[in-house]
Design a protein around this ligand. Structure first.
Ligand code: FEO
Length: 404
């Protein structure tokens, strides 16, 4: 198969529909793609590889593309990112082309040695360095922590093509369509998966994403070639805008109500708050039972919505475990720019709302109303307090909308 990004630049990607969990953590209901790219010029260069085992016939594919140009040798392997979903075939490449020069930065080679025992073949590059392939001149842009410390991007100054690593990628396989303009409805097929990929995988490093975007601000980019998902050749500015928005924690004026409930009382409060939010004018409301929704989707809800309402019953004098896992992850990721409502219940002593208050202080999100806590079943007085929480959220979101 020959998929041209441009006349002498080829996409070499594979789809993984078998893996259930990305990084053995994050669900892949629609699979994932691993992309790599080949430039055939006076010198030949492969940019990243694919996950081991995902690319049956990967080396032979490269051989065929080279042969079509009467070539056999692979001169360079550029390693933009060392996570094994992209570096998995390095060993096979080096065995097939033992003279290949691996191009990476000062952090890349240490990780290559750790993972693959390779300590030779290296051409170390720094920020702004150039690699001349003939017609194509590649420039390297250091973008550490998008998503690992060694991550960098490669910019083809000749054709203005950016090989962006994990940045601008998405979950979801490429079902025939490799380029964004070949997909009838990108938003329906990929937007949610792209935001979940961002929030789950890269979101913790949002400040570094902002630094990378600053670095690229004056660079003309015609096409973006990420390591996952479609190649952006018709709307590269759109995906840059999405990453800018997500890495600034800019969110929709919606509310995600996420709760943990054992006997239904905290769940009843969640439904009450949701109904009152609708009556108060909020038009984007999501209610999730934390026990039945994978953490991956809860994190995505938090990224998408500015308003977050967390509910927890007490469990052994602490938070309900599924809610505790979410709050720990949000603290670990350092998520910002949210407004928060809290509620919960207890049967014989507290622990749910008390620990949600601790979370609120630690993460620094302002409360939209006094937290509501039930003993046992909902009472008319506590249900009225739920109304206040919903109204406080509606006011906070209306205020936020005015600022956007
Ligand atoms: Fe797609 Fe950070 O690897």
């Amino acid at each position: 198969m020959k998929v041209n990004v441009s006349e002498r630049i080829y996409w070499l990607g594979v789809n993984d529909r078998r893996k259930a969990l990305f990084e053995n953590l994050w669900p892949l209901p629609a699979g994932v793609s691993y992309n790599s790219y080949l430039i055939v010029d006076e010198k030949t260069a492969l940019l990243d590889t694919v996950e081991t085992g995902a690319g049956g016939g990967y080396v032979e594919w490269i051989e065929r593309l080279l042969a079509e140009h009467g070539r056999q040798e692979l001169d360079y392997l550029v390693v933009n990112h060392m996570e094994p979903d992209h570096s998995g075939e390095i060993g096979d490449i080096v065995r097939r082309w033992p003279q290949v020069r691996i191009v990476g930065n000062s952090k890349t080679f240490k990780i290559i040695e750790g993972y693959y025992g390779l300590s030779e073949h290296g051409v170390e590059v720094g920020d702004g360095d150039l690699l001349d392939l003939g017609h194509h001149k590649l420039q390297f842009v250091m973008t550490p922590w998008v998503h690992w410390p060694e991550t960098m991007m490669t910019y083809d100054t000749t054709e203005h093509i950016l090989f962006s690593g994990d940045a601008f990628g998405t979950f979801g396989t490429l079902d025939g369509a490799v380029f964004d303009d070949e997909i009838a409805d990108f938003d329906a097929k990929y937007l949610g998966q792209m935001r979940r990929y961002y929030s789950n995988i890269v979101g913790k490093y949002s400040n570094m994403v902002q630094k990378a975007l600053d670095r690229l601000r004056d660079v003309p980019v015609r096409t973006i070639c990420p390591l996952h998902g479609p190649v952006w050749r018709s709307e590269p500015k759109r995906v840059i805008g999405l990453y800018d928005r997500w890495s600034r924690y800019e969110a929709d004026a919606g509310v995600a109500i996420i709760y943990g409930s054992m006997y239904g009382n905290t769940a009843a409060m969640a439904d009450r708050i949701a109904r009152r939010c609708a009556e108060a004018g909020i038009r984007d409301i999501t209610v999730r039972d934390a026990s039945k929704t994978h953490l991956s989707y809860l994190i995505d809800d938090v990224w998408r919505c500015r308003g977050i309402v967390l509910g927890s019953c007490a469990y052994n004098a602490g938070l309900f475990p599924a809610v505790e896992r979410l709050t720990a992850e949000l603290l670990h990721m350092g998520v910002k720019e949210k407004v928060l409502g809290l509620f919960g219940s207890y049967s014989w002593n507290g622990g749910g709302v008390k620990n949600l208050r601790v979370f609120a202080e630690q993460i620094g999100w302002p409360l939209v109303a006094e937290p509501v806590e039930l003993f046992g079943r909902p009472t008319p007085e506590k249900l009225l307090a739920c109304n206040d929480l919903a109204h406080g959220m509606a006011e906070a979101l209306a205020g936020a909308a005015k600022h956007e």
